[in-house]
Design a protein around this ligand. Structure first.
Ligand SMILES: [Zn+2]
Length: 165
């Protein structure tokens, strides 16, 4: 769906990024190359505790599906409108209308069904992000990369007192 090509800055290996649930990518910008196992940084990743969730990723239809369906559906509606205005039935035009409206409709219905899984994934990823940010060194690393890290993550937390006295 929204597959992106990535290149490792260390070894030049090209690999495809297939983001989970077709949204994002979410996660730590600190990545490990699948080829040479070196660490590299990719600012395209959204760290939820810092960047939040892209509101579009909560839509009933995910942005990638929405984008790939918009143009064919528009064409389908235009041809349908043309047929109605001219009050003429043309088999070829009808086939185009069915194709342009039919396939995107199927894609959209399937995508709407996947929404609970997307929301669940975002919830889990938000918790993982919050956990990563508990490490001030990690927070500082994000800041150095240019992420707008909230101050609360950057300060070293005092060691909590034992309260079972
Ligand atoms: Zn590499």
């Amino acid at each position: 769906m929204s597959v992106k090509k990535k290149t490792c800055p260390h070894c030049g290996a090209m690999f495809r990024l297939n983001p989970e649930q077709g949204i994002g990518p979410y996660g730590s910008p600190q990545r490990i190359c699948p080829d040479c196992k070196e660490t590299y940084y990719d600012r395209e990743y959204r760290e939820i505790a810092v960047n939040g969730i892209d509101p579009m990723d909560k839509w009933a239809v995910s942005p990638a599906v929405f984008k790939s369906c918009a143009i064919p559906m528009l064409l389908g509606i235009m041809i349908l409108g043309y047929m109605i205005v001219n009050a003429r039935f043309d088999v070829l035009q009808a086939i185009f209308v069915l194709m342009f409206l039919g396939f995107p409709s199927i894609m959209i219905v399937q995508d709407v069904k996947r929404r609970p899984a997307r929301l669940q994934y975002l919830k889990e990823e938000a918790a993982r992000s919050e956990e990563r940010l508990q490490d001030p060194q990690y927070a500082q690393m994000l800041k150095d990369l240019g992420y707008k890290v909230p101050e609360k993550y950057l300060v070293e937390k005092p060691i909590e007192k034992q309260e079972n006295a």
